[in-house]
Design a protein around this ligand. Sequence first.
Ligand code: ZN
Length: 167
Amino acid sequence: MLLSGQMAVIPIVTIPSPILREKLHQLPVEEVGSEKINDLAAHMRETMVAANGVGLAANQVNKNVQLFIIDEKLALENNVPNAFINPEITEYSREEEEIEEGCLSIPKVYIPIKRSKKIKIKALDLEGNKIKFKARGFLARVLQHETDHLNGIVIKDRQKKDSGEST
Ligand code: ZN
C-alpha cells in the first residue's frame, strides 16, 4: 500500500534479464512531457536515490524507452538536466581513461572500464527542450554508462570487448 503523496521505489532489474541487453525504443516526441513519462522519471529518481546510484536507465526498472536520469547534485553542479530522453553521444574524445565502475543491475561488482574523457551529447529534457552540450570527467563517464544501457550494453560487455574475457 502507498500513502498518498508517497512514491514507490521500483525493483531494479539485474543481469541476466534480457531487457538489459535490448536497444530501447525511442520515446515518441508527443509523449515527452506526458504525465506517464514524468511519473516514470520521478519514480526512477526515488529508486536511484534509495539504491545510492548516480544514474539509472529505464530498462533497469523494466521499461523499454530511451530515458535515463542522473544524480541531481551532479546535474546541478554541471548545470545540465537530470533526465535525458532519446540521447545520442555525437562525439567521443580520443583520449580515454580507465576507472572502476559499478552498476545497480550488477550488484557488488566493480569493473575497470576505459571510456572517453570528453564527449558531446544531445538529447531532449523532460519538457521536450533540445539539449546539447560537452561533458568531461565524471559526468562524461556517467552519461556514457547510462547511454550504453539504452543501447543494451552493460559494463560486463565492455569488459569482454576490452580484455577478451569470456565471462
Ligand atoms: Zn548501470
